[in-house]
Design a protein around this ligand. Structure first.
Ligand SMILES: C=C(O[C@@H]1C=C(C(=O)O)C=C[C@H]1O)C(=O)O
Length: 372
């Protein structure tokens, strides 16, 4: 069969796909109306409810990924239907998402992976700016990093979660690969300055010490800012995502320079409400113990007695008074689970403060292979 004939068949097939997308969009609009009616009936006043349903979106993607046994690549199924759903949701209700900028950061890539290109993004210059956008309603959701597997917690995110009335709605764990990027004309041997965010430099500290011992390390506000600096410096290079090379027209001098192969950053989606129970959940909470002997042991016993597994426990200065500490805990389970509820009740007797920062579905780490 000739190419022209095959292309004619592709054109006809594309038209059928377009018809089905329009049919799907009409169904989504109808569902949007039904959700609004149900919400209005249930809540006579208050801000408009967020119509996005992440659990349903996850179910759609998982079902289609499982069905994708044909010619079309399975990894592409998710990307295609991520955008199909992003477009359908935008017909029901604009989705405003704040993220820690600037453009090209891992945080932006995490946001686009979750919400697609039809969401309306608001770039915030600081982590506080993301929290403020969600708190004021300027954005329905926000995306920030909460911890890295090499560097530990993003302490400001933790502090703002403890302080504010914003909770964790979802999580996304990205496997972070760092590369050394430079302008086309810069050979590896002439790199004298390396630019990047402090966390990225720290995640590549061993490699940089071994391979560029004489280079000056210059901290920047973000890996995107580092890429922009590298474009201007004929003896400079940036530590950033290999995907940033595509974004900024840089050359990859070295790939996978992070010290730990499985270097991952956990991002959280911030919202006014946390997630419904799925049976595979995580709950983040903060507590401060009474100044009594054995108070912390009683707290840990409260979890152990109810069979609640803790996946993270760390202390943070309370920001209230010097040498006063708050503990941050991630536990396996949803705050509505009976054993978690009993554990929370029991630990309250040993604590001055207990604050649930959100219950949400646990997600396995993913590796981005292209810019979402
Ligand atoms: C269509 C719906 O609304 C949104 C769009 C979805 C989709 O395109 O499949 C799924 C969940 C929602 O975020 C729905 O809730 O079913």
């Amino acid at each position: 069969m000739s190419i022209e004939s095959l292309r004619a068949q592709i054109d006809a097939t594309d038209e059928r796909i377009l018809e089905l997308l329009n049919e799907r969009a009409s169904l989504a609009v109808a569902i949007g109306h039904a959700k609004r009616a149900a919400h209005t009936a249930a809540n006579k006043e208050g801000a408009e409810k967020l119509l996005r349903d992440p659990e349903r979106e996850r179910a759609v993607l998982d079902r289609l990924s499982a069905l994708a046994k044909g010619q079309f690549p399975q990894h592409a199924v998710r990307a295609v239907f991520r955008e199909v759903m992003s477009g359908c949701l935008s017909l029901e209700q604009p989705l405003h998402v704040a993220f820690l900028g600037p453009e090209g950061t891992f945080t932006q890539m995490a946001a686009r992976y979750l919400f697609g290109l039809s969401a309306q993004y608001r770039e915030a210059a600081t982590i506080e700016g993301v929290f403020d956008a969600v708190r004021t309603g300027d954005a329905a959701l926000g995306v920030v990093a909460i911890e890295n597997s090499t560097e530990g917690s993003v302490t400001l995110t933790a502090d703002l979660l403890i302080e504010g009335n914003v909770v964790v709605r979802e999580e996304l764990v990205l496997l972070i690969e760092h590369a050394l990027l430079a302008r086309d004309s810069v050979p590896f041997s002439s790199v004298q300055r390396v630019y990047s965010h402090p966390q990225a430099l720290a995640q590549c500290r061993g490699w940089l010490t071994k391979n560029l011992p004489g280079a000056q390390l210059v901290q920047t506000a973000s890996t995107t800012a580092a890429a922009r600096q590298a474009l201007l410096d004929t003896a400079g290079a940036a530590v950033a995502s290999p995907l940033a090379a595509e974004l900024h027209g840089l050359t990859i001098l070295r790939e996978r320079i992070q010290d730990r192969t499985e270097n991952a950053t956990r991002f959280v989606v911030l919202g006014k409400e946390d997630a419904p129970r799925t049976g595979r959940d995580r709950t983040s909470l903060a507590f401060s113990v009474k100044d009594e002997r054995g108070a912390l042991r009683r707290v840990l016993s409260a979890f152990e007695e109810e069979g609640v597994n803790l996946s993270r426990l760390e202390s943070r200065p309370s920001q209230q008074k010097p040498w006063d500490y708050v503990f941050l805990v991630d536990l396996e389970g949803h705050r509505t689970d009976d054993n978690v509820q009993r554990a929370l009740e029991n630990l309250r007797s040993a604590c001055d403060m207990v604050k649930v920062l959100g219950s949400y579905a646990r997600r396995d780490p993913i590796r981005l292979t292209s810019i979402p």
